[in-house]
Design a protein around this ligand. Structure first.
Ligand SMILES: [Zn+2]
Length: 219
């Protein structure tokens, strides 16, 4: 099972960036939980650094992911800047390694393709603690600028669209297709494969006599 570690940025005494009446820590947590719910419905194993408004050290976040043995680490943030005209989405991977590059591209592309944004700031590299200290492909997504009026509106009103876009990117990184209906899975149990029809019919008959529902599916 694919193990994903989701890290909602900031929390507790650390509100992160502030703007347009919003706090980064609240937006990051709300969208992170939505991403996790979508991924869970697709059968992924989800761990969180935080699910409530608590403060966590950056190194603790990486340690938690390493201990959980997660396959990927995704940190969710929003940007802030003194110039309120700056807006857009950007995804970071670690400076000196290719690790996380594929994942960063999958997520960034998905957010752009989903049409949530007009501004694509691209994939960037950074020596962030959470990217350096994690032992799995790790990325940090800056969903939008909380300090920009238009972006703040997206962060507040289009959280589901953002969550779907990020989840789609994570799923595509693992070759899993996104299921529009929320990822409800149908599990089939196969008990036999035959090249001779009579043998398949015989097994169906046997299963039915034992009280199981059984049909022959031709492939
Ligand atoms: Zn942040």
């Amino acid at each position: 099972m694919v193990k994903v570690f989701l890290d909602a940025g900031h929390g507790g005494k650390d509100p992160g960036a502030l703007g347009n009446g919003l706090r980064e820590k609240d937006i990051a947590l709300a969208i992170t939980m939505k991403i996790g719910n979508i991924l869970k419905k697709h059968g992924l194993d989800i761990r969180y650094s935080r699910t409530t408004d608590v403060f966590l050290d950056r190194t603790d976040r990486a340690t938690m992911a390493n201990k959980a043995g997660s396959d990927v680490f995704i940190s969710i943030h929003c940007n802030g800047f003194h110039d309120s005209s700056v807006k857009g989405v950007e995804t970071y991977r670690y400076t000196s390694s290719n690790s996380g590059g594929k994942l960063a591209k999958a997520i960034q592309d998905s957010i752009i393709l989903n049409g949530v944004y007009t501004v694509n700031r691209g994939i960037k590299t950074a020596d962030f603690d959470v990217l350096r200290l994690t032992r799995m492909p790790a990325v940090l997504v800056e969903l939008a600028f909380i300090t920009n009026f238009q972006d703040a509106h997206i962060l507040k009103k289009r959280q589901d669209d953002l969550a779907i876009a990020v989840a789609k990117g994570i799923l595509s990184n693992f070759g899993i297709s996104y299921n529009e209906d929320g990822g409800t899975m149908i599990y089939k149990v196969q008990v036999g494969t035959f090249s001779i029809r009579a043998n398949a019919d015989a097994l169906v008959k046997e299963l039915k006599t034992k009280g199981y529902e059984a049909i022959v599916v031709i492939e």
